[in-house]
Design a protein around this ligand. Structure first.
Ligand SMILES: Cc1ncc(C[n+]2csc(CCOP(=O)(O)OP(=O)(O)O)c2C)c(N)n1
Ligand SMILES: [Mg+2]
Length: 696
């Protein structure tokens, strides 16, 4: 009961600390109980409890450092975030959807933590998707700490990144991708798997053939620990060992903690439907609060009366927080579009100049990458095959630099820390970029082919694009995702030739650039690196070496604001709006119609499709009175549908003919050249549609 220095202790732990932690555990449980009651009164609209996970949370928090370490907790981590200093008021403000909710301003469900000052990164809902960003965050910390002068970036040599998830979420593939990279790069990541035996109603025996601590044994370098997460003393001891281990920088660790789930999965669930009364009763015997209270009473450190007083005090704290949260202002519906995206202010487009060396599209992008990386050490380029070669052989070989050669020479010039290969895993690439972007770096991940972007969709859409909005502007996620796209390759086929930008145009928070010539690619890439939000930068493969894309390399400072199109050819009779590879085809069709039919077509290149230049299109349609939208993507739900609908709605009185579209047939791109030609829009198709429309 007393140690050598005669301070009261409990199993070697400071009694005051233990009582404080018990107090937090009681507050955590009281918040759950209160939220459940509030939901029945329609004061909160969802509830998911931290009950059963309290000892794990407070025990870990004792050894972690808010505002120093980085945190990617999940929804059951209520006790952990309280231990890190998040107040009951902040928790209740989110639960009731108060405007003052510091995590999200009423935008996110309860228990979706986010606290900028404490480095608790805004949380999303997809299970397990926090793991790859956590790895990227740890990776960023290691990079930043060696470069102390990077603007807006701080890191500590002994920081760690905490990420937690349930045992059910461990079935997600991205989680395994995160173990892979954390172990390969020896990153200071603490994975905490809170195993309560169920994922909603699915028992862990339906998830995997063995518990997670056994499954991960093959990851060399991942240290594995197990703990009874309902035993506060055991958690405290293990947490210290695990945290010390990860903090020392030796590598990642996985803590597999067995916990309980005394309450149903969420307020929308009734666990009595799938768990027997006996089972629930035996689990309640392992309740972490009951266990710690009983142990403290047995040790003579606590009395029943004191426990009752602590419990009453916890309820009061929560009642006061609830009253304050309910009395707080409701969010203003006028703010719903705030913090979707913050377009960079790069001023006017200016003049690209005529004196630069003439370069084609691909070469221009390559040079712009060299230029931007030289200017900004926060930029790191990574992806599949983007590096040149292993350092050991680099002096004797030419270097790969991407399957299209666009990143050639970046590793040689800037080193492996700034241009490196990743595992062949697209979610890994974008997820790690998310974590790096949140830390203030300017990651420039490459997806090798647009056709393989889908495994990264979760990270792009649910993480990168939502970060700013879901945190009500507290966090942002800059990244420049370069992606070779498109067909007209003769032989590319279905998985090397698709477009599909409309799907990304449908994602708020994601900027989509789609340049068609060299100067634009440079001007837009410079702007993309100035942005504080994710940019999908589409590089059309067919354009990389085409002579018609050649421009003098634009003067320093030439940047194109997002959402500003360009008139490629002036005309009075008809407007064509296009982007990417079909801009040139539209120009050819326009020349043909001018020569043969005397029809003058105005061709607009949108250059970015999200945002897109409504004003320029409206102005052109006001003078030509006819619109044809041409794109390479399929017609159905292609982005042309959006342009056509907007013009129909806003420029109706200017129109003398229906808006028409030309695009790919509603199928995939085929391998055999005549099939590809039949599927993708050709100059003839554009010319025919334009002639029809001009003579309507
Ligand atoms: C990708 C995804 N699929 C499904 C869901 C719905 N869902 C939310 S929590 C959950 C179960 C998670 O179980 P586990 O990982 O064991 O964590 P626990 O809730 O038990 O702590 C499911 C299926 C989700 N949020 N995300
Ligand atoms: Mg579970």
């Amino acid at each position: 009961m007393t140690s050598e220095d005669s301070r009261p202790n409990f199993h070697g732990l400071d009694v005051d600390e233990v009582i404080d932690d018990l107090r937090l555990m009681l507050i955590s449980r009281a918040i759950d109980d209160r939220e459940i009651a509030l939901q029945k009164q329609s004061r909160v609209f969802f509830q998911i409890a931290g009950a059963g996970h309290e000892a794990l949370g407070v025990g870990l928090a004792r050894h972690l450092r808010a505002g120093y370490d980085w945190f990617f907790p999940y929804y059951r981590d209520l006790a952990l975030v309280l231990g890190l200093g998040v107040t009951p008021l902040a928790v209740l403000q989110q639960a009731v959807g108060c405007a003052d909710d510091p995590s999200s301003g009423g935008r996110q469900m309860p228990s979706h933590w986010g606290d900028k000052a404490r480095n608790i990164v805004t949380q999303s809902s997809p299970t397990g998707s926090q793991c790859l960003p956590a790895v990227g965050c740890a990776e960023a910390g290691r990079y930043i700490v060696r470069r102390p002068n990077l603007p807006g970036c701080t890191a500590y040599g002994d920081e760690l990144t905490y990420v937690s998830l349930g045992e059910g979420a461990c079935s997600e593939g991205e989680v395994w991708e995160s173990f892979n990279t954390a172990a390969t790069l020896h990153l200071p990541v603490l994975f905490c798997v809170a195993d309560n035996g169920f994922a909603i109603s699915v028992p862990s025996s339906d998830q995997a053939p063995a518990p997670i601590s056994e499954l991960v044994r093959g990851f060399r370098g991942l240290h594995i620990f197990k703990v009874d997460g309902t035993d506060y003393v055991a958690v405290r001891r293990k947490a210290k060992t695990v945290v010390d281990y990860v903090r020392a920088g030796t590598g990642p660790a996985l803590l597999h903690a067995i916990v309980t789930r005394p309450y149903s999965h969420s307020a929308a669930d009734t666990q009595a439907k799938y768990r027997s009364a006996d089972e629930l009763a035996s689990e309640s015997a392992r309740d972490p609060i009951a266990r710690l209270s009983a142990a403290l009473i047995a040790a003579g450190v606590l009395t029943d009366e004191r426990l009752d007083a602590l419990r009453a005090e916890a309820r009061q704290v929560v009642a006061d927080a609830t009253a304050a949260a309910i009395a707080g202002p409701r969010p203003d519906p006028k703010t719903v579009l705030d913090h979707v995206v913050a377009l960079p202010d790069v001023g006017d487009e200016g003049d690209p100049g005529e004196t630069g060396e003439p370069v084609a599209f691909g070469e221009a992008i390559k040079r712009a990458l060299h230029e931007q990386m030289a200017l900004d050490q926060r930029i790191r380029v990574f992806g599949e095959d983007v590096a040149d070669a292993r350092d050991a052989v680099l002096a004797n070989v030419e270097g790969k630099g991407g399957v299209f050669g666009t990143t050639h020479g970046l590793q040689r010039e800037f080193g492996q820390e700034r241009c490196y290969n990743t595992p062949l895993a697209e979610a890994n690439i974008i997820g790690r970029a998310v974590g790096q972007g949140v830390r203030g770096l300017r990651p420039a991940p490459e997806i090798q082919f647009f056709d393989y972007i889908w495994p990264a969709m979760q990270q792009l859409r649910s993480e990168a694009a939502t970060t700013r909005w879901r945190s009500n502007g507290a966090f942002s996620c800059p990244m420049v995702v370069r992606v070779p796209i498109g067909g007209y390759l003769t032989g590319g086929s279905i998985w090397h030739s698709q477009c599909g930008e409309s799907i990304f145009g449908h994602i708020p928070g994601l900027i989509v650039a789609f340049p068609s010539r060299a100067a634009d690619a440079v001007g837009l890439l410079r702007t993309a690196f100035a942005a504080n939000d994710p940019v999908l930068f589409c590089e059309h493969k067919h354009l990389l070496r085409q002579p018609y894309t050649v421009d003098p390399f634009p003067a320093e400072g030439y940047r194109i604001p997002f959402g500003r199109g360009a008139i490629r050819r002036a005309g009075d009779d008809l407007t064509i709006v296009s982007w990417g590879a079909t801009v040139e085809k539209s120009l050819q069709a326009a020349s043909r119609l001018a020569e043969l039919d005397g029809i003058e077509i105005e061709v607009i290149d949108l250059r970015t499709i999200s945002p897109w230049d409504h004003e320029l299109v409206a102005r052109s349609v006001a003078s030509t009175h006819r619109l044809l939208v041409v794109h390479e993507d399929m017609i159905t739900a292609g982005f042309g549908g959006e342009v056509a609908a907007w013009v129909g709605e806003h420029c109706f009185t200017d129109l003398d003919a229906p808006v028409r579209r030309v695009g790919a047939l509603d199928t995939f791109v085929a391998y055999e050249p005549t099939l590809e030609q039949a599927i993708l829009p050709q100059v003839d198709d554009i010319a025919t549609a334009a002639l029809d429309l001009a003579t309507f």
